[in-house]
Design a protein around this ligand. Structure first.
Ligand code: HDE
Length: 707
């Protein structure tokens, strides 16, 4: 027996009946769970005792020669690397990209040459401002970074879930991020834009106003990564084999449609499950319900760029899909979770500069700045120029170069030559450049004075902000006004609130009026100075609305059913079958985690105990109770919250007739509407489930909100 000579009582208690098998080669010890390998040090030496450090005497000091202890603690002390300065909190998964059709007419990029070609991919979603340990439902932009391991090198589309950005020139990025993150003296607030510094910077930076509209919209509180769009943001180039360049903007469109939560839900979700988004992605992939996005391209030429009223190099502008339709060219499927979060999600290194032959940059000054930043930050974060040797970062295609040595180099040049040109030739001489196949920059003519300037074509900061606002449904416009009001109510300095409203006046009167009213401003400020007047002639773009681009059904969503002992088993079965037939999930919430005994004695297992399973976790809810169970729930505050929150968040609610007792106590019985469906039998179940694709009964919102 191991260790029994040093501490027999403890060893017995720890190991129970385990027996140790020692042998040469297959070193295993047997434990209750079957054969496992012998624990070793990093050097491979087997470890006999991992419970006690080596001591001089039973109660004596620990000895320096305890190599296993020293190595273990040394390694632990060095486990952390710097978190990303932005996008620290992220979640990644593996998958593939499949090309629908050859795009050889527009690009020489290898992955787009053959229909049906599959390219390995890794995606990391993230929030921007919060630290690594912050919560998923912060109001924030989401990173949507895609690494495509193509046959001609890695191509990273390092995008966001919002198609525009706060600033036009990368030189302002440190200021923007400093203002958004915790204030430097106090170290808070965490993962929030609702504070003075952020709105101070924004209100002094009018170019940020279009983006301000997006982050105050529900885009900044997505229901999950699976239901949000991704955008490359900048205008890039695609270059074909003849050297012809076409401008391109990249879009990722979720197959399951767009969906966000409401702000009050986001606030509660952050407490109920700070990992809500990552858990959602993990669960979906583990269940085989692989999330999918389609890649869309907006392709346009110089002529269009010249005609377009805004500068296509300005990252605070979109090209509306109505002006340049999105051409769908492939799909991205995430079908594998990471094996190790640190090795893959934390160490993955994206870089806008990682492009492949056939893809090229434009002179967008934000993109140009990013091309400097990403390499630099990876060196700081990952500690060595050899971060490309890590499996998640290494190309999947053959690679040969003369870069060598440095910390942790796994691949050094083989052979005698580590320089080029050399006269060794053959295998010994190493790789050579290839003008026919290699990457060539698009030979764009460039000339001009060396100056620190902003082009006049970047000067309109309000017209597209207005276009975004008028493209929203009234519900969404209202959410934006509420979001501005909320954020500015957390701003302590009245002058900053006023300054923001003065910008909103250049965007839309109703929005400015709603926010000023929400803040109870005694009078409206003067509109902010604008370099150019706001255009009111830009047509609404319905593609900018979430509500207008929702799902076709409840597929991929989750219904939470609060059940009690004695619940009608026929109803439960019918609801479960109908929800699952939609490709959605049902999860049971019960007074106890053990679950409940239904009317026929069948035990229904609970996924959540009621206080751990609030209705914010679900897209729709059902409350199925026996008469006795409903009485029990009515006396339970968390059950009352379950019902009243679901109602306030405009969710569809199904209920067994007895559950009315709970609604009375929850204070919503008198307001029940067409989104609340009594389930008296199977036909009711069918009509309830048919409603769910609409996701929310938005009409209710104006009725339930007093302020
Ligand atoms: Fe980033 N950004 N960024 N960014 N960014 C980083 O790189 C930067 C910008 C984006 O999941 C950093 O590896 C500058 C726009 C994503 O690992 C850093 C500017 C867009 C991620 C950096 C921008 C993005 C980052 C920090 C202004 C959308 C996370 C850690 C010119 C198109 C990638 C890192 C991941 C990460 C710099 C603006 C997207 C410091 C200088 C615009 C999705 O290099």
């Amino acid at each position: 027996m191991a260790n029994t000579d040093t501490n027999p009582g403890l060893a017995k208690a720890r190991y129970g009946e385990a027996t140790i098998l020692r042998g040469t080669g297959g070193e295993t010890h047997q434990v209750a769970g079957g054969d496992v390998p012998v624990l070793t040090t990093q050097q491979g030496a087997p470890v006999s005792d991992d419970q006690n450090s080596l001591k001089a005497g039973r109660r004596g000091p620990t000895l320096l020669e305890d190599q296993h202890f020293r190595e273990k603690i040394f390694h632990f002390d060095h486990e952390r690397i710097p978190e990303r300065v932005v996008h620290a909190r992220g979640f990644g998964a593996h998958g593939f990209f499949e090309t629908y059709e050859s795009l050889s007419d527009v690009t020489a990029a290898d992955l787009f040459q053959r229909a049906g070609e599959k390219t390995e991919a890794f995606v990391r979603f993230s929030t921007v401002a919060g630290n690594k340990g912050s919560s998923d439902l912060a109001r924030d932009v989401r990173g949507f970074a895609v690494k495509l391991y193509t046959q001609e090198g890695n191509w990273d589309i390092v995008g966001n879930n919002i198609p525009v950005f706060f600033i036009q020139d990368a030189i302002k990025f440190p200021d923007l991020i400093h203002s958004a993150k915790q204030e430097p003296d106090r170290g808070f607030p965490q993962a929030q834009t609702a504070h003075d510094n952020f709105w101070d910077f924004m209100s002094l930076t009018p170019e940020s106003m279009h983006m301000a509209m997006w982050i105050m919209s529900d885009r900044a509180i997505p229901r999950s990564f699976r239901f949000m769009e991704g955008f490359g943001v900048h205008t890039f180039r695609m270059v074909n084999a003849e050297g012809r360049s076409t401008f391109v903007k990249f879009h990722w469109k979720p197959k399951l449609g767009l969906q966000s939560v409401v702000w009050n839900e986001a606030v509660k979700l952050n407490g109920a499950d700070p990992d809500f988004h990552r858990r959602d992605l993990w669960d979906a992939i583990q269940m085989g319900d692989y999330p999918e996005w389609e890649l869309g391209l907006q392709l346009f030429d110089e002529d269009f760029a010249d005609r377009f009223p805004f500068d296509v190099l300005d990252a605070t502008k979109i090209v509306p899909e109505e002006d340049v339709p999105v051409r769908i060219v492939g799909r991205l499927v995430l079908d594998r979770c990471v094996d190790n979060f640190f090795a893959e999600t934390e160490q993955v290194a994206f870089h806008t500069g990682n492009v492949v032959p056939g893809i090229d940059f434009t002179n967008d000054p934000l993109l140009q700045g990013r091309n400097f930043s990403y390499l630099d930050t990876q060196l700081k974060r990952l500690g060595s120029p050899n971060f490309t040797h890590l499996p998640v970062n290494a190309p999947r295609c053959p690679f040969h170069h003369f870069q060598q040595d440095g910390h942790m180099a796994f691949f050094n040049p083989k052979g005698r030559a580590n320089y080029e040109p050399n006269s060794w030739g053959g295998a010994m001489g190493g790789p050579r450049e290839d003008p026919a196949k290699g990457f060539r920059s698009f030979p764009e003519p460039v000339e001009g004075e060396k100056r620190r300037v902003r082009a006049e074509s970047f000067a309109d900061h309000y017209s597209q902000a207005r276009q975004f606002y008028v493209s929203q449904t009234p519900v969404e416009q209202n959410h934006m006004a509420m979001a501005f009001t909320f954020e500015l109510s957390k701003v302590e300095t009245p002058a900053i609130r006023l300054r923001v409203v003065s910008h909103l006046m250049n965007i839309h009167d109703k929005l400015a009026g709603d926010v000023a009213g929400g803040l109870r401003l005694p009078e409206m400020p003067e509109p902010a100075d604008a370099a150019v007047p706001t255009r009111t002639d830009l047509a609404p773009s319905p593609k900018l609305s979430i509500v207008l681009n929702g799902p076709e059904s409840f597929k991929g969503r989750k219904l939470g059913a609060l059940v009690t002992d004695g619940v009608d088993i026929a109803l439960v079965k019918a609801l479960k079958a109908a929800v699952e037939a939609e490709g959605a999930m049902i999860e049971f919430v019960a007074p106890h985690i053990f679950g409940v005994a239904a009317s026929d004695g069948t035990r229904i297992e609970a996924k959540q105990k009621i206080d751990g399973g609030p209705s914010v976790l679900y897209d729709a809810v059902a409350i199925l109770a026996s008469a006795e169970g409903a009485g029990l729930l009515a006396g339970e505050p968390t059950a009352r919250d379950f019902a009243s929150d679901a109602f306030a968040h405009c969710k569809f609610i199904a209920y067994s007739p007895e559950a009315v007792a709970l609604f009375e106590k929850a204070g919503i019985a008198a307001e029940m509407d067409e989104g609340c469906v009594k389930l008296a039998g199977e036909p009711d179940v069918a009509s309830f489930v048919a409603m769910l694709g609409a996701l929310r009964l938005w009409d209710r919102e104006t009725r339930v909100k007093a302020v």
